[in-house]
Ligand binder design. Structure first.
Ligand SMILES: NC(=O)c1ccc[n+]([C@@H]2O[C@H](COP(=O)([O-])OP(=O)(O)OC[C@H]3O[C@@H](n4cnc5c(N)ncnc54)[C@H](O)[C@@H]3O)[C@@H](O)[C@H]2O)c1
Length: 268
């Protein structure tokens, strides 16, 4: 029996349920791609947003705040470096409560033939994508009040596999495990832990690796990479993350929701 009792929100209107006013949100990897789109939507909903990235956080925060009422700041943080995470989260918490965490930062480096891969390749990807996600969550969730929300940006590679991406798939399956495990562990504290599993989305990170991924066979065993007539856009993912951050989703935890136009779940 949980010691946390969720409030009954039935009497709240949609304006209150969709607002993040008065809440603080930390978005890792928010300087570009999907993370930047998430930071934009959370700021639009009234949250005080802190972008944490190893590169370009302050520049992106300044761009998102310029000419708008948005409150966005940027801090330099490497999620794979424990000291950097401790210092970064402590500094983010000085600005006010942290009620929302979006673990978005990750690296995608195709493996190609697993039998030719080095152990260091696997270690490097697990260090950022899994250990990094864990240590940011530990530092933020230990400061979170009941009602807090942690959203992990997983991947369809955290639910299914494709050729050429063994290390990434192993890391994202581990993040699915973290999501489910932490949802259970943190439920007594009234903290929800959820995930989204994007399909292919046009971002700078994907542009850097997609040719290699396709050459290694990625997607060959699946329906076309462009269902619905186009690739996914960062904001397609950000809108679902936003939903999971709000009280609209107060009865959702432990789920990893596919945001991939049905390519894997329906068409495969
Ligand atoms: N784009 C896609 O097709 C796709 C599909 C499924 C899942 N995802 C996931 O979405 C998330 C964002 O992907 P994207 O395509 O926007 O990537 P991207 O490479 O365009 O952006 C990632 C951001 O994370 C930052 N980052 C990387 N390592 C970091 C570290 N150690 N510490 C702090 N910041 C770090 C980068 O500096 C960058 O700003 C990732 O978790 C990725 O696995 C992306």
């Amino acid at each position: 029996m949980s010691t946390y009792v969720a409030p009954d929100l039935t009497s709240l209107g949609l304006a209150q349920l969709t607002s993040l006013a008065g809440r603080g949100a930390l978005v890792t990897g928010g300087a570009r791609g999907i993370g930047a789109a998430i930071a934009t939507r959370l700021a639009e909903a009234g949250a005080r947003v802190v972008i944490a990235d190893r590169d370009g956080a302050e520049e992106r925060a300044a761009a998102l705040s310029a000419g708008r009422d948005h409150r966005v700041t940027g801090i330099t943080m490497d999620i794979a470096d424990e000291e950097s995470v401790r210092a970064g989260v402590a500094s983010a918490a000085e600005g006010g409560s942290l009620d929302v965490l979006v673990n978005n930062a990750a690296i995608l480096d195709p493996t190609g033939d697993p039998l030719g891969a080095s152990s260091d390749h696997l270690r490097r990807i697990l260090d950022v994508n899994v250990v990094g996600t864990f240590q940011v969550t530990r530092e933020v969730a230990s400061r979170m009040a009941p009602g807090g929300s942690v959203v992990n940006v997983v991947s369809t590679s955290g639910l299914r596999v494709s050729k050429g991406t063994m290390a990434y798939a192993a890391s994202k399956h581990a993040v699915t495990g973290l999501t489910r495990s932490l949802a259970l562990e943190l439920s007594d504290r009234g903290i929800r832990v959820t995930g989204v599993a994007p399909g292919i989305v046009s971002t700078p990170g994907v542009a850097e690796v997609i040719d290699d991924m396709v050459a290694f066979g990625y997607g060959n065993d699946r329906p076309p990479l462009q269902p619905f007539g186009r690739q996914g856009l960062p904001d397609d993912i950000a809108r679902v993350v936003y939903f999971l951050c709000t009280d609209l989703a107060s009865w959702v935890s432990g789920q990893v929701i596919g945001v991939e136009s049905g390519r894997l779940e329906v068409l495969a």
